[in-house]
Design a protein around this ligand. Structure first.
Ligand code: HEM
Length: 354
């Protein structure tokens, strides 16, 4: 975790370099900037990549993923395009093929970069402990070798992890930034907490700080109540009865988080942004499975704990430097479905130095 913390601090500092140019200027969309930062974090963590993702404008991965998701969602609702044979012949089908190739090429570049590094290092030094340790990508490369998987298959597997790890948090953070811009009283409380932990020092964020960020944690959970994945899909492998209706084996059940997370039976302020939903006394009153952004059980998200660390580190770095405001009105916020429920027009805010 110490290595991860260093990566998060380094990536947050580069994020601030990018934001420095926008600071005190007109309103701008932070969404693509956060997506790049998160992609940088994940590529460093799983592959120790040296790619200059945040500053190099040629990296279009986040935009490519967004387009692939948009095309997939639009196909979903058009039953006549469900046949692969027909879809491949359409303009959307051809575009999807091209964009998926770009996404997998990015994975191939990470694999090649790592192989070159490992071949080059004969006498490892302790200079960069993270790149010398056994990374997630190294384990995946061994797995692929043992099963004779091609590099493209390996790239597909790591693409799942890159997207699962970067796109989710990169949707949640802009949502959080927008909510803090709209609710200055909540931003002040989060800032007070940060100031209480760090004072006026500029020391880096450390693991020991995490447990002290209780207000920040409540705010993040409230963000996830609003902007989590819209549903979880599960196949029924044993007949179950729901409200007297038997659900047969083989059906697909969609657990609609959008509804569950806004059910007035469980949430006192279902449509408002109200972090006090997560005060211990309120959590205690709620039933166990009423808040499921990471789902639960065997296929629950393995990145849950890490997400909290990422969000706390990035948001602390941002809020220590900037006050966030916006001219957007709450009524203007519209949502769009990607992997998560996102703000459709992006995260349009202004930053002023503290
Ligand atoms: C706000 C942050 C996140 C949310 C809301 C989230 C949510 C989820 C959900 C709901 C699933 C289960 C999908 C399903 O089976 O239906 C999942 C799976 C997964 N998540 Fe996350 N996730 C987040 C962050 C992360 C991070 C940071 C990582 C990795 C660093 C990660 C890695 C994964 C992986 C690898 C899976 C697939 C697990 C499997 O196939 O069993 N996630 N995530």
């Amino acid at each position: 975790m110490e290595n991860y913390q260093k990566i998060l601090n380094d990536c947050s500092q580069i994020l601030c370099q990018v934001l420095e140019k926008k600071c005190d200027g007109p309103i701008f969309n932070m969404d693509p900037i956060i997506h790049r930062c998160m992609l940088h974090v994940i590529c460093k963590i799983i592959a120790s990549s040296e790619k200059d993702i945040q500053l190099n404008k040629d990296v279009t991965y986040p935009e490519d993923v967004k387009l692939a998701v948009k095309l997939t969602n639009s196909r979903f609702g058009k039953i006549w395009l469900h046949s692969d044979f027909i879809y491949k012949l359409t303009a959307d089908g051809k575009l999807k093929k091209a964009v998926c190739k770009k996404i997998h090429d990015f994975g191939l570049e990470l694999i090649n970069e790592r192989r070159e590094f490992l071949n080059k290092i004969e006498n490892p030094t302790k200079d960069d402990e993270h790149s010398m340790s056994r990374l997630f990508l190294d384990q995946m490369m061994d797995y692929a070798k043992a099963r004779n998987l091609s590099d493209l298959e390996l790239s597909m597997a790591i693409t799942d992890v890159i997207i699962a790890g970067s796109d989710t948090v990169a949707c949640a953070i802009p949502y959080m930034i927008m909510m803090l811009a709209l609710h200055q009283d909540i931003q002040d409380k989060v800032y007070e907490e940060i100031h209480g932990i760090f004072g006026d020092s500029n020391r880096a964020v450390e693991q020991k700080d995490m447990s002290e960020m209780v207000v920040m944690e409540r705010v993040f959970k409230e963000v996830l109540r609003h902007c989590c994945p819209p549903h979880h899909a599960r196949r029924v492998d044993k007949t179950i009865v729901l409200r007297d209706v038997p659900i047969p084996v083989g059906s697909t059940l969609l657990i609609m988080l959008y509804k569950l997370h806004r059910d007035p039976q469980h949430w006192s302020h279902p449509d408002a942004f109200y972090p006090d939903h997560f005060l211990p006394e309120n959590v205690e009153k709620r039933q166990k499975y009423t808040f499921l952004p990471f789902t639960s059980g065997q296929r629950a998200c393995p990145g849950k704990k890490f997400s909290f660390i990422v969000v706390k580190t990035l948001m602390t770095t941002l809020l220590r430097k900037y006050k966030i405001t916006t001219t957007v009105q709450p009524s203007e916020i519209k949502h769009i479905i990607g992997f998560m429920l996102e703000i459709s027009d992006g995260c349009n805010v202004q930053l002023t130095p503290r």
